[in-house]
Design a protein around this ligand. Structure first.
Ligand code: ADP
Length: 304
């Protein structure tokens, strides 16, 4: 059976439910991408998540939540005494901001055991991870994960990387750039967002982002660019432009990039040409930002 494996951190999300009440959810960039991939992949393709959680009640709830989305949890390590990371969404005058409690989260240990990583990656044909996955790890664990991903790439697997740059998660800018480069070199498909790449790598335009990641060994580079055109380079010298649909009212941009990644991968795994898969991903992301929340229910999403 074919399998897509997403690697990263799922957190507990606390949102304002009014009258001083909080609503509990579960989300994280790679889990969101797995959710959208699961939405569009046929049942014959497994979607699995690799992370680490604790053995506490909240961790049990998180596992049940992920299973409830038909995502395989057998590769999620349970670590005695550890607990999941947490974030709270604040809404003030229509603007969202976040508080995080994740510095001691169980997920930081997701790559501490090389043998566990290798077993999980061996079962998969496609692996997706992000810059957030790398940022939360110890320097040793980053090396372990990147080494296993390089092995996967060498074995002919599709290794997909969204640099998803969050400067506050990194110890310094030089480390951020060095580890993102190492992650990219271990990958075959790059799914960066231009605004991040411009700030942290000084790219003057999305074409420059494509050139840089191609030089670092990616076969496919698809640069997201908010409401602007996404740019796709898929091997040759040609660059395809994908214009996202116009969204009249942007309700909540959470998960725009993650949903784009998941939908793109699902279509590519189904054998659709990358340019067509990217156009579909842009339709899915447009629907996602027209609704609240990271994991928009399938009934609000376009049909494949
Ligand atoms: P991220 O959310 O990861 O920063 P982007 O902001 O580049 O990523 O957005 C990801 C994708 O979401 C874009 O490529 C596009 O398809 C879609 N998107 C984002 N903002 C808009 C918008 N204002 N209108 C239409 N589509 C959008």
């Amino acid at each position: 059976m074919a399998r897509l494996l997403a690697i990263g951190e799922c957190m507990v999300e606390l949102g304002d439910a009014g009258s001083g009440l909080l609503r509990k959810g579960f989300a994280g960039d790679t889990l969101n991408a797995a959710y959208y991939a699961r939405t569009y992949l046929p049942a014959a393709v497994d979607v699995a998540y690799l992370s680490a959680v604790g053995t506490d009640l909240l961790s049990q709830e998180m596992l049940a939540f992920i299973e409830g989305k038909a995502i395989v949890t057998e590769d999620i390590r349970q670590i005695e005494g550890a607990a999941p990371g947490l974030y709270m969404i604040h809404l003030k005058d229509g603007e969202r901001s976040f508080s995080y409690w994740r510095s001691a989260s169980a997920a930081r240990k997701l790559a501490d055991d090389a043998a566990h990583l290798r077993r999980a990656i061996d079962k998969a044909d496609t692996i997706i991870f992000s810059g957030i996955t790398l940022a939360i790890l110890s320097p040793d664990a980053r090396e372990t994960l990147i080494l296993e991903l390089r092995r996967a790439k060498a074995a002919g697997k599709r290794v997909v990387f969204d640099p998803n740059i969050r400067p506050r998660l990194w110890e310094d800018a030089a480390t951020l750039r060095a580890v993102v480069e190492a992650g990219a070199r271990a990958s075959t498909v790059l799914l960066p967002s231009f605004d991040d790449e411009q700030v942290h790598f000084g790219d003057t335009d999305p074409e420059a982002t494509i050139v840089r990641y191609r030089q670092w060994g990616a076969e496919t580079v698809l640069v997201k660019n908010g409401g602007g055109d996404a740019l796709l380079s898929d091997g040759g010298d040609d660059v395809a432009r994908i214009s996202p649909p116009k969204v009249d009212v942007v309700v909540d941009t959470t998960s725009a990039g993650d949903s784009f990644n998941g939908a793109f991968l699902a279509r590519v795994l189904a054998g659709v040409a990358p340019a067509e898969a990217a156009a579909f991903a842009a339709r899915v992301a447009a629907a996602v930002i027209a609704h609240h929340g990271a994991l928009v229910p399938a009934e609000h999403l376009p049909q494949a």
